[in-house]
Design a protein around this ligand. Structure first.
Ligand code: AMP
Ligand code: MG
Length: 477
C-alpha cells in the first residue's frame, strides 16, 4: 500500500505463548472510512502518504493486514466489579508495535475486529456510536494533558451488529503505549507460572520504566512505579471531572494511560457519588470512589507480584502493605497540589485543605457545575445567580485573601481548569448526527475539545451543562 511506513517491532509477540493467541482480524463486508486522525498519523510518522480513502478503509477495517504485522489477541485476567475472571481480547486485535522516529513505541490495535478465542459469548464486534464515542473522549483527554490511548481511525464495516437492536458495525483503530494491564499480571499469577511472571516484569520495565532496569528487586520497583503513575493519572481524572465508569483491573494499565472508554463520562454538577454507567448499580466506580478503587486494583497487582517481591511471603506482604499505605498519602499530596493549582494558591498553607473542602461541599450542596465553577474563579467574575449565594461569597472572601493577586494566579488556574469538556449532551448529539451520516457536529466538537483551556467567543453552547440530569452510559457496547 502506498506510503504505509509502519515500522513494526512486535516485542509482545515474542513473550511466552500463553500471553496471546495469534490470529488476524476477521475481514468485513464493506469497509468505509468515517474518520482518520491525520495529525496523530503525522506525529507518529504512520503515513500512509498518498493512500486514498478506499485503501485507508481496508487497512483500518482489518481487511488488509500490513506485511510485517504480527496480529494477536492478548490474554489477561481481571477483577470485574470485584470478581476474578480469566479474560482476553474478545473483540480486539493488536496488529503490532510501531516504533516512531522519536523512538516512541506504540501498539496499534483494532477494536471491533471480529471474534477471538477470548470472545466468550460475544460477537467480537462493535457499533459505530461507541467507537466514535471512544474516539472523541480519548482525543479530548489527550488535549486536556491526560495520559491516554489515542484514536487513529474509525471505519464502518457494512455489517450490522445486534445490541437489543440492529446497529451499524464499526472498527476503531486505537494507539496506546501498550496494552499491558494489572490483569496481565493477574493472568500470569493465576496460572502459577513464575517464569512467565518474571518475564512479564522485565518486559514491562523495559517498555515503560527503563530506569528501573538494574533494580535489586525488579517486581517491587515496578509496583512502586506503577503506583506513582496511577496516582498521577487519577489526580488528573479528578481535576477535570472524568469518571472512567469501569475501573476493572483489566482496564487499568501498567503504563499509566487511560484506556477502555466504555461507559465513561464527565461530571456536570459536583457530586462525588456521580455514576453514569447503567450496570454500576452499587456505584462502585462513582467519581469519588476512583482513588480508593485505584488502590484496590493496585493491591491486586501487589498480590500477583508477591512471590517476586520477597521469597518469604510474610515479608513480601509487609513490604507491599507499607507501600499501599504510602499510596494513600501520595495520592492526597498530589491531589492537594492539584487543587491548589485549580484555586491559584501558591505555596502551602495549613488552612488549604479546609479551604478546598469548603468549596467542594458548597458545590455539592448547590449542585454547582464542577467545570464552570472553576472557570468562574479563574477570572474571578461574578457568574450567574448561583454564585450570588451568601455561603459562596463568604468562601470567596477567604479564598481571595489566601490567593492574593489574581494576575499572578490566573495563568496557573487557566492551565488547570478547562473551559471545555465533552459535555454528555453534546457528545450524544454529535453521535446521533454521525449515525445519520452527518459528521459536521462531530468535527465541530473535536475542534472545540482540541483546545480545552483557551476560552473562545461563540462557543457558549459547549460550556452548558446537560439540561437533563439523567444521563446513562452503557457497557458491553
Ligand atoms: P471491557 O470491560 O469493555 O474492557 O470488556 C471486558 C471484556 O469483554 C474484554 O475481554 C472484552 O474483549 C470483552 N468484550 C466486550 N465486548 C465484546 C464483544 N462484543 N465480543 C467479544 N468480547 C467482548
Ligand atoms: Mg477492557
Amino acid at each position: 500500500m502506498a506510503g504505509l511506513n509502519w515500522r513494526f517491532d512486535n516485542s509482545y509477540s515474542r513473550l511466552p505463548e500463553a500471553f496471546y493467541a495469534r490470529l488476524g482480524p476477521t475481514p468485513v463486508a464493506k469497509p468505509q472510512l468515517v474518520i482518520f486522525n491525520r495529525k496523530l498519523a503525522d506525529e507518529l510518522a504512520l503515513g500512509p502518504d498518498g493512500a486514498n480513502d478506499v485503501e485507508l478503509a481496508a487497512l483500518f477495517a482489518g481487511n488488509r493486514v500490513p506485511d510485517k504485522a504480527a496480529p494477536l489477541a492478548q490474554a489477561y485476567a481481571g477483577h470485574q466489579f470485584g470478581h476474578f475472571t480469566m479474560l482476553g481480547d474478545g473483540r480486539a486485535i493488536v496488529l503490532g508495535e510501531h516504533v516512531a522516529p522519536s523512538g516512541h513505541r506504540v501498539d496499534i490495535q483494532l477494536k471491533g475486529s471480529g471474534p477471538t478465542p477470548f470472545s466468550r459469548r460475544g460477537d467480537g464486534r462493535a457499533a459505530l456510536g461507541p467507537m466514535l464515542r471512544e474516539y472523541v473522549i480519548s482525543e479530548a483527554m489527550h488535549a486536556l494533558g491526560i495520559p491516554t490511548s489515542r484514536s487513529l481511525a474509525v471505519v464502518t464495516t457494512g455489517e450490522k451488529v445486534f445490541r437489543e437492536e440492529n446497529l451499524t458495525g464499526a472498527v476503531l483503530t486505537r494507539v496506546a503505549g501498550s496494552h499491558l494491564r494489572v490483569g496481565t499480571f493477574e493472568f500470569a499469577s493465576a496460572r502459577r507460572d513464575m517464569d512467565a511472571l518474571a518475564t512479564l516484569v522485565s518486559y514491562a520495565i523495559d517498555r515503560h520504566y527503563p530506569d528501573l532496569k538494574n533494580s535489586e528487586t525488579p517486581a517491587a520497583a515496578l509496583l512502586w512505579a506503577v503506583m506513582e503513575r496511577q496516582a498521577d493519572l487519577i489526580v488528573h481524572w479528578m481535576r477535570v471531572g472524568f469518571i472512567h465508569g469501569v475501573m476493572n483491573t483489566d482496564n487499568m494499565t501498567i503504563s499509566g494511560e487511560t484506556i477502555d472508554y466504555g461507559p465513561c463520562a464527565f461530571m456536570d454538577a459536583y457530586d462525588p457519588a456521580t455514576t453514569f454507567s447503567s450496570i454500576d448499580q452499587g456505584r462502585r466506580y462513582a467519581f469519588g470512589n476512583q482513588p480508593g478503587i485505584a488502590r484496590w486494583n493496585l493491591t491486586r497487582l501487589a498480590e500477583a507480584l508477591l512471590p517476586l517481591i520477597h521469597p518469604d511471603q510474610e515479608k513480601a506482604v509487609a513490604l507491599a502493605e507499607d507501600r499501599l499505605e504510602a499510596f494513600g498519602a501520595l495520592y492526597i499530596a498530589h491531589w492537594t497540589a492539584m487543587m491548589r493549582r485549580k484555586l491559584g494558591l501558591s505555596g502551602e498553607d495549613a488552612g488549604d485543605t479546609a479551604l478546598i473542602e469548603g468549596l467542594l461541599s458548597w458545590m455539592e450542596r448547590r449542585r454547582a457545575d464542577y467545570t464552570n465553577t472553576f472557570r468562574v474563579l479563574t477570572t474571578d467574575r461574578d457568574g450567574d445567580e448561583i454564585y450570588a449565594d451568601e455561603a459562596f461569597l463568604n468562601w470567596r472572601e477567604l479564598w481571595r485573601a489566601r490567593r492574593g493577586d489574581l494576575n499572578t494566579a490566573r495563568p496557573v488556574m487557566e492551565a488547570a481548569n478547562p473551559a471545555y469538556i465533552p459535555r454528555n449532551h453534546q457528545v450524544e448529539a454529535a453521535l446521533v448526527a454521525a449515525g445519520q451520516g452527518d459528521m459536521a457536529p462531530f468535527h465541530a466538537l473535536l475542534d472545540v475539545l482540541a483546545r480545552p483551556y483557551a476560552e473562545r467567543p461563540g462557543l457558549a453552547a459547549y460550556t452548558a451543562p446537560n439540561p437533563e440530569d439523567n444521563y446513562r452510559t452503557f457497557c458491553g457496547t
